[in-house]
Design a protein around this ligand. Structure first.
Ligand SMILES: *Cc1c(COP(=O)(O)O)cnc(C)c1O
Length: 331
């Protein structure tokens, strides 16, 4: 008998036969970085209906997710990167329905990226708390409260001003027991249309009296935003680079992000020696700054260039409706 396509997420979550992955249960293992006893945990009866994807759509998504994962693994292996630190695949689900997200969730995908605050708020409400949400859209300080109230918000990848960092730091509820990860967005291509701070060059002398905006922001987050954890840097990069790098195998934007992070890290080590780098910034333990670069068209090249976090939308969910993209500049 075909399952009705409109059934509740509750049924879906509690019926183990619907799963190929670890089933969620009413005793969901709480997301380890949050103290769920203090945040609002929806009771099963409160979990709203999520329209289920059709069997065809489900199959399609399973396949594309599996393919992208295989490509990520292959690129990591051939990049000679430390396999102790697996690459993080963020499935970019903007404009895609919660039903699509749920299919990927059921395949074990946990990290999802969204660009628009209200869309993220709505989806987070009706989807499992075990999801780790990444905000990757343009950050506006007046939306900090809405964003910060999402208990399973995992990372904001697009911080590029002290004002933004301050607003986010202030907006985080006390129920959060661990800092929110943030990445600083770098405009590696220098295009006017892209946000982000300027990259740093290893040829430039280390800053003495006048710090660059990036140095200032890093310092501000580390010393003035105890609720944030500076995890690394993010870039979008230019389309030109993404296309030409396919042939020449070198993407200037990726190289610039990597160089920026090397320069910053050396500065952090000398400037904040007394802070425990392994705790204050970067990857837990090593203090290495993580790089978020690479999208559907170039995530393999990005991994080979040293990316830690790739953000893949189209490659998993298929193309987005261009009209939706045009209409939804409000976030
Ligand atoms: C939409 C978006 C992506 C995903 O792009 P695809 O080309 O669909 O993979 C990645 N990063 C950011 C910042 C985005 O806005």
């Amino acid at each position: 008998m075909p399952i009705s396509t409109r059934t509740t997420i509750r049924r879906r979550l509690f019926d183990p036969h619907h799963f190929s992955y670890r089933p969620a249960s009413p005793h969901l293992r709480p997301y380890t970085r949050l103290n769920l006893s203090k945040v609002h945990k929806p009771m099963p009866s409160e979990i709203s209906d999520v329209q289920l994807a059709s069997p065809e759509r489900t199959e399609e998504l399973r396949q594309s997710l599996a393919e992208i994962r295989a490509c990520v693994t292959a690129a990591s292996a051939s990049s000679g990167s430390d396999l102790n630190y697996p690459k993080e695949l963020v499935a970019v689900s903007k404009y895609k329905p919660s039903s699509d997200i749920l299919v990927c969730y059921n395949e074990g995908q946990r990290d999802f990226g969204e660009n628009y605050v209200q869309e993220l708020v709505d989806k987070a409400k009706e989807l499992p708390l075990e999801i780790q949400w990444h905000f990757i859209g343009t950050f506006q300080s007046n939306k900090a409260k809405l964003l910060a109230a999402i208990p399973n918000l995992h990372t904001v990848q697009t911080i590029s001003s002290e004002k933004a960092a301050t607003a986010l730091n202030k907006a985080l509820p006390t129920s959060r027991t661990t800092p929110l990860n943030v990445l600083i967005q770098i405009n590696t291509s220098g295009e006017d249309a892209k946000s982000g701070l300027s990259s740093l060059s290893s040829l430039a002398p280390p800053p003495s009296t006048s710090l660059s905006d990036l140095h200032k922001l890093v310092k501000h987050i580390i010393t003035g935003c105890p609720n944030l954890r500076l995890q690394g840097l993010m870039t979008i990069g230019s389309l030109d680079q993404s296309l030409s790098a396919k042939e020449t195998e070198k993407n200037d934007d990726f190289e610039r992000l990597k160089e920026t992070s090397d320069v910053l890290r050396r500065w952090l080590q000398t400037e904040f020696e007394d802070h425990d780098g392994g705790r204050k910034w970067g990857e837990e333990g090593s203090g290495r700054l993580l790089l978020s670069m690479g999208m559907s068209s170039d995530f393999e090249a990005a991994i080979k260039a040293g990316s830690d976090i790739v953000r893949v939308g189209t490659g998993i969910f298929g193309s987005r409706n261009a009209k939706d993209e045009m209409n939804s500049t409000k976030s």
